[in-house]
Design a protein around this ligand. Structure first.
Ligand code: SF4
Ligand code: SF4
Length: 456
């Protein structure tokens, strides 16, 4: 109590030392946003370094998908219980953002409820934030209980280390602190007789818990929670880029930029296409070499630098929910493959070399790679390319594109494929078809069926 009182007198009393508070707030805000900008600048520099996945235009279908999967949460709502809770948390965050933005401006300019002039619109946002604060707090408690008591099978797996669970629980705890401080702020404000804005939950809680609390105590509760709330926002937003909860920032852009072409459709490499066309045209040897050997693109993906920026943003967006792995036929039949692990491994490897990539550029090598040190050939060849993982992912993450590009590397650069696939390649090369016999023998199977083969 003594600590709280001192804290209150030194930091919180707006009327007595507004200037000091404002200066402290401005400094803290600059530090918080400075660190956030630094984290994002690193991510953007990596995105710029990686190649483009596919054309972004046309925008129409993208906007449609963004609205349905992003804003209206269509995919996550396929899961009745967890889906509805997640969607409510997402929509709640959007509503609460308004109040958080107002707090930021109030802190920076020394104002009090700067958006009050919006009248009924202000009341609407305040009431929504208040109601969603309670809903999110309940949802987060449910999420924590599910994780704590291991109630959901898909949260387990070889890739789900102790650190992954700790990260999830820490981020959820921060969200809970955010919501509890928001509710305490609203409740103490209403209990003090504050009339600006409308707080239905705060009103009920004030009557229930703070009916006989003194104004001075309520004032302390209000200001302490104001600071707890805003400082937790600063901490949370700076923790996110290093957490699985980075999807709070990444999910909407990732859904917007998700793949519109059929899943597992492989893209031809421009350079290979050009070379084949030249060979077919018969004048390949007349063409000057137009590429710098340093710049020559690798066939497929051996390490994260060979991926596209979409592979990278996919890995940053993954919530580790495990829905992809829970439907993967390879995983379900006991194979090593887990699509969640593929995406998580991509991020882990990028995190490992990110600093050096930013310093030395895309050609940085450390004698380790995504293939081999993180993902094995066995995992890659276990994939049936059924696309169930990508269909199931609520955030439109495209796992097979990583798997197929790594297979492309194995086949084209290391000539390393399972024996049946190598046989198929040889047959295609020699016979023009995947079978073991030459084209003129293909119809032999019908010889004893009394069919006039000459009529075919
Ligand atoms: S595409 Fe591959 S990784 Fe994805 S679900 Fe099918 S088998 Fe599993
Ligand atoms: S890739 Fe998608 S479905 Fe799989 S764990 Fe990540 S968010 Fe969940």
């Amino acid at each position: 109590m003594g600590f709280c009182r001192n804290f209150y007198y030194f930091w919180l009393r707006k009327k007595n030392n507004p200037m000091v508070q404002q200066i402290i707030f401005i400094v803290v805000t600059i530090i918080a946003f400075g660190i956030l900008a630094w984290s994002f600048s690193r991510v953007f520099r990596i995105i710029k370094m990686l190649k483009n996945p596919y054309p972004i235009l046309p925008l129409g279908p993208r906007i449609k998908r963004f609205l349905s999967n992003g804003i209206f949460q269509k995919r996550i709502l396929r899961f009745p219980f967890a889906g509805i809770l997640h969607a409510l948390v997402f929509w709640g965050f959007l509503m609460i953002l308004f109040g958080s933005f107002e707090m930021l401006l109030d802190g920076l300019f020394g104002t009090d409820r700067i958006f009050l002039f919006l009248g009924p619109v202000y009341d609407f946002f305040m009431a929504s934030g208040d109601i969603f604060g309670l809903i999110i707090a309940i949802a987060v408690i449910v999420f924590l209980v599910r994780r704590f008591f291991h109630l959901v099978k898909r949260f387990n797996g070889v890739e789900m280390t102790h650190k992954s669970h700790l990260d999830a629980n820490f981020a959820l705890t921060l969200i809970l602190i955010l919501m509890v401080s928001l509710l305490l702020m609203n409740t103490s404000f209403v209990a003090m007789g504050g009339t600006e804005g409308y707080f239905p939950v705060g009103k009920i809680l004030a009557k229930t818990f703070f009916a006989s609390t003194s104004v001075a105590t309520l004032n302390s509760i209000y200001h302490i929670n104001w600071w707890i709330h805003i400082l937790t926002i600063f901490l949370f937003m700076n923790y996110l880029p290093y957490s699985k909860h980075f999807h709070v920032f990444m999910s909407l852009p990732n859904v917007f930029f998700s793949r519109m072409t059929p899943l597992t459709k492989m893209y031809n490499m421009e350079r290979v296409t050009k070379e084949v066309k030249l060979m077919l045209s018969g004048n390949a040897f007349d063409q000057p070499a137009d590429e710098d050997p340093q710049e020559i693109e690798r066939f497929g993906m051996k390490d994260v630098q060979d991926g596209t920026w979409k592979n990278y943003t996919d890995s940053l967006t993954c919530t580790q929910c495990g829905r992809c792995t829970s439907v993967c036929p390879a995983n379900l039949t006991g194979k090593l493959l887990s699509p969640r692990k593929i995406v998580m491994n991509y991020r882990a490897r990028m995190t490992e070399i990110m600093g050096n990539l930013l310093k030395e550029g895309k050609t940085y090598q450390d004698n380790r790679s995504l293939l081999g040190d993180y993902i094995t050939k066995e995992e890659l060849w276990a994939c049936t390319t059924c696309n169930a993982c990508a269909q199931e992912c609520p955030l439109n993450i495209d796992h097979p594109s990583i798997i197929l590009e790594m297979r492309r590397y194995l086949v084209m650069e290391e000539s390393s494929a399972p024996a049946p696939i190598n046989t198929m390649f040889s047959n295609t090369e020699n016979n023009g078809a995947p079978w073991q016999y030459p084209p003129h023998e293909r119809i032999k199977w019908a010889e004893e069926l009394y069919i006039n083969l000459n009529s075919i």
